[in-house]
Design a binder for this molecule. Structure first.
Ligand code: FEO
Length: 396
């Protein structure tokens, strides 16, 4: 069942080609995923992480084909979320006394999930698990992305087991970054960062600086989702530093929802206005009700500015816009400019409300927004273009 990475390390995880959504339905998955678990064979043997609960029996059955379970001396849980700890109860039914190494927070979270008093060994940064001819050193990484998260570093093979960090929801049977389509891989890695790690960017930078300061040789980064970074593993560390640094590209994204096409027409006018100021800028138009929410978040992540539009409905704005505003607030984007727009028939509150929500989410509001009564005509579309020109001008 396993796939050998080195003489000592074997991948014993599960590739989930069918996965469509993650974190319930909060995260869309377009290219499957994997739950990577690793078996380290030294003079003593350690298993690092398990797999998601639906695959628990399959995992244990296949692990038995790889090793006599009684020869697993230690279990290391880098992170307690169910996609990595889900098979732990099934495994510990077979080898109940095996010590489980995790952070103090890991102990609390695993107890909170499984209500079992397993043989926990809490560890801190710098603690070392001696496997005889090699060792695992632990590095706490709280809030990357849960309070319990830690990394484990294997001496000798020089492998960093980073759990969610540097991961991607990307199914592959070929394991390594140099064996897959690089555009697909980076698209998924960025989506993962944008949607999961953005709020923790200051901690990401601090933790990477701390790990780099340890001057560890890193031959491979083995995350717990997606590919293993074997070819130039520093590349994904460099990308993470970019992404953690209030990342933005030369892109403006115009996000809208529409009922009878008036707000769409406004969006198109705004787009034309932006492009008339700077034809080299990437400008994307996104209907929030038909595009995937996590892909839209990734577009916001790429953007240096966004415009958000909705008609006024029932004294508010449309549902798809409300969801995105709430997601954006939680993700705590920094140093991005924004403005609101929308059509209306009578009360017209949506633009003011969206502006306020954008401000609350941490966007820099460029102006009071722009609203259009009923269906935009030629003069109004010209006003939308002017609004787009003014928005583009905010970046001059
Ligand atoms: Fe892949 Fe936070 O679990």
């Amino acid at each position: 069942m396993g796939k050998k990475l080195t003489e000592k390390v074997t991948w014993v995880g599960k590739v989930d080609w069918e996965l469509k959504s993650f974190h319930g339905n909060e995260y869309s998955v377009h290219r499957g995923s994997s739950y990577n678990s690793y078996l380290v064979r030294g003079e003593r043997n350690a298993l690092i992480d398990t797999v998601w609960k639906p695959f628990d029996k399959e995992f244990v059955t296949r692990l038995k084909q790889e090793i006599d379970l009684n020869q697993i001396d230690y279990i290391v849980m880098n992170h307690s979320e169910i996609d990595h700890s889900g098979a732990l109860p099934e495994l510990l039914r077979e080898i109940p006394d095996t010590p489980v190494y995790c952070t103090e927070n890991g102990v609390k979270i695993l107890k909170g999930h499984y209500h079992a008093d397993w043989n926990f060994i809490p560890v801190k940064t710098g603690d070392r698990l001696d496997l005889g001819n090699c060792s695992l050193t632990f590095v706490e990484a709280p809030m990357l992305h849960w309070p319990d998260t830690m990394f484990s570093y294997l001496s000798g093979d020089n492998i960093l087991f980073s759990n969610d960090a540097f991961g991607q929801h990307y199914a592959t049977e070929s394991l390594y970054n140099d064996t897959v389509n690089i555009a697909e891989l980076y698209s998924e890695a960025m989506k993962y960062y944008a949607n999961i790690l953005t709020p923790f960017s200051p901690l990401v930078k601090k933790k990477i600086d701390e790990v780099l300061g340890m001057n560890l040789t890193v031959n491979m980064i083995c995350p717990s989702h997606g590919v293993i970074w074997r070819d130039d593993p520093a590349q994904i560390i460099g990308r993470y530093l970019d992404w953690a640094g209030n990342y933005q590209e030369e892109q403006i994204t115009v996000i809208y929802d529409t009922m009878w096409q008036s707000t769409r027409k406004m969006a198109e006018g705004i787009l034309a206005g932006i492009r008339s100021v700077n034809p080299d800028l990437t400008v994307k138009l996104v209907n929030a009700s038909v595009r995937d929410k996590n892909d839209i978040i990734t577009e916001i992540f790429r953007s240096k500015g966004i415009l958000v539009g909705s008609p006024t409905v029932n004294n508010g704005y449309l549902y798809s816009i409300g969801g995105l505003l709430e997601m954006s607030k939680g993700l705590k984007f920094k140093q991005k400019k924004a403005a609101a727009f929308g059509s209306y028939g009578w009360s017209g509150e949506a633009v003011t409300q969206i502006s306020q929500q954008l401000q609350d989410a941490g966007f820099q509001i460029v102006n009071a927004g722009h609203k259009a009564l009923w269906v935009p005509d030629g003069a109004e579309l010209e006003a939308c273009k002017q609004f787009g020109r003014e928005f583009a001008g905010a970046f001059a």
